[in-house]
Design a protein. Structure first.
Length: 210
């Protein structure tokens, strides 16, 4: 099993689960030739006992392995690491297998022997998908933190603004001065990083969809 080097030119790593040592070595050599970091495992059990690195990842998964086969393991993996794109490789594939794999979210199903470039293209696509997921997850986490930073009063004011109420109406409804409401509104907009009411509406919609 290879340690992920810290000086790789490509942002991310390829994870390989295949019980054939010669295939694992061939794949490691291929990815090393294009500057991709790899970790390889002889079985799903070995993979599950390993802590995932905090970086974009793509998983190459063989179909036929002792114990849990690749398709069943894909199903097991989904609730735990649904964000890891999966590329299947197999010497014993058929149409029902490929359909099942793709329906479960695999990005490619390659039968051996396959072209190196076909596999590389699938891995590039998988890593790009993983990067996009990580970016979206980071943005969602930041949005949750921003909303959590609001006081109860600021959340009240935010809700009333989104309902279309003016500062004067909000002040009357909350029993506050209009100046207090404007200060609260300004603080809320700053914390939510909203530059306009339209922008605030977009942010609120994203919060509802988290």
């Amino acid at each position: 099993m290879n340690d992920v080097p810290s000086s790789q030119g490509i942002d991310g790593a390829v994870l390989i689960i295949d019980d054939d040592p010669s295939m694992r070595q061939a794949l490691e050599n291929l990815f090393d030739s294009v500057g991709m970091a790899t970790h390889s495992f002889a079985s799903p059990r070995e993979f599950l006992g390993w802590p995932l690195p905090d970086m974009p990842l793509c998983l190459i998964l063989d179909i036929r392995m002792p114990g849990r086969n690749g398709l069943d393991f894909q199903q097991d993996l989904a609730p735990i690491h649904e964000h890891i794109p999966v590329v299947f490789i197999t010497a014993h594939g058929d149409i029902p297998m490929s359909v099942r794999a793709m329906k479960a979210g695999a990005i490619e199903f390659l039968t051996k022997p396959f072209k190196d470039q076909d596999l590389l293209d699938a891995i590039y696509a998988g890593l790009a998908q993983s990067r996009a997921h990580r970016h979206e997850a980071a943005a969602a986490a930041d949005l949750r933190l921003r909303y959590a930073s609001l006081s109860g009063r600021e959340r009240q004011v935010m809700g009333m603004i989104l309902e279309g109420q003016l500062s004067k109406q909000i002040a009357a409804n909350l029993g506050l001065s209009e100046i207090t409401v404007k200060v609260c509104r300004s603080q809320m907009m700053r914390k939510m990083k909203a530059t306009s009411l339209l922008d605030l509406g977009r942010v609120a919609e994203r919060i509802l969809n988290l």
